[in-house]
Design a protein around this ligand. Structure first.
Ligand code: C5P
Length: 285
């Protein structure tokens, strides 16, 4: 096999509870991931040259800051691979947006190179590599629409729910870095409700309106403190337009609304001016 093409999906966090800070500086989380159909395409090609990232998106790093590059470099070194790979990323998932596009790309490269270079890595070994490059990578190794993430977010329990949700996803053109959001977090202010266990039965039972009122993200005050105006406005605008629920994904700035149906999601999308944001209709994948 000389080349491989993979779809690399985005995620939303339907709930993100921050339980506290850990001795390693990271935060202990409990989150419900939803995989959505918005995806990048990754093309891996074996070469005799070095590891190379090809991507025409101006904000995607082409060197060692790219998680996909890091994964390829680690595998090449650990397994003494005498060849390189060209990793072409056709980017559709907004970058640095709370949607884990970079982490998802890294998971695809991990799975792809395991096949292309014939490494024979077990699921457990793949998870070790995932964990080493980022907290969100492990979720994408599981072929599941929903999962509970614990620890840094990398300890995954699959949730075998059949529920299909429709969303409008709005990614404003502002940059927010995950580490800055976590730094801003005031743990004394984060509520101690178990939002994961509130949402789980509603998600399992496909109870749309209860899902909508149970979406929550403990990072929201920190996100809003970094960008006070647009975030609140965006949430209000989505609620006023008739969204069933509205929430930030990850460390933002993406905001998603829960819609009643695809048609409803399309009608919500029509109200947004695309000069200031990227706006998508997406569903559970
Ligand atoms: O793991 P990842 O590279 O996505 O994390 C980016 C940054 O977000 C970390 O360097 C850390 O500052 C913060 N973070 C955290 N707790 C987590 C996940 C991320 O504090 N569980």
């Amino acid at each position: 096999m000389q080349s491989l093409t993979l779809n690399s999906y985005a995620k939303l966090n339907l709930v993100l509870d921050v339980l506290g800070q850990r001795p390693d500086g990271f935060h202990e989380l409990r989150t419900i991931f939803e995989r959505i159909d918005l995806h990048d395409t990754i093309i891996l090609k074996r070469t005799s040259g070095p590891i190379r990232i090809v991507c025409d998106h101006p904000h995607v790093p082409l060197g060692p800051r790219n998680l996909a590059y890091q994964v390829a470099q680690r595998l090449q070194k650990d397994f003494d691979i005498p060849e390189g790979v060209t990793i072409t990323i056709e980017k559709r998932i907004p970058v640095t947006a709370g949607l884990a596009g970079g982490s998802s790309n890294a998971a695809s490269v991990l799975q792809g190179l395991n096949r292309l270079w014939g490494l024979g890595l077990t699921s457990k070994k793949l998870r070790d590599y995932a964990w080493a490059v980022g907290s969100d990578v492990a979720f994408f190794l599981y072929d599941t629409s929903y999962a509970l993430g614990e620890g840094r977010g990398e300890q995954i329990k699959v949730l075998a729910f059949k529920t299909k949700l429709w969303h409008v996803l709005v990614t404003p053109q502002v940059k927010i870095y995950t580490r800055d959001v976590f730094r801003r977090l005031n743990l004394k202010l984060t509520k101690k409700k178990d939002n994961v266990n509130i949402l789980l039965p509603f998600l399992r039972g496909n109870n749309l309106y209860s899902i909508g009122s149970s979406l929550s993200n403990d990072l929201e005050p920190a996100i809003l403190s970094l960008k006070p105006h647009w975030g609140r406005l965006l949430k209000e605008k989505l609620f006023d337009a008739g969204a069933v629920g509205v929430c930030f994904s990850g460390s933002g700035p993406s905001v998603f609304a829960l819609a009643e149906s695809q048609k409803h999601a399309l009608s919500l999308r029509a109200r947004f001016d695309r000069r200031f944001s990227q706006v998508f209709v997406v569903s559970t994948y």
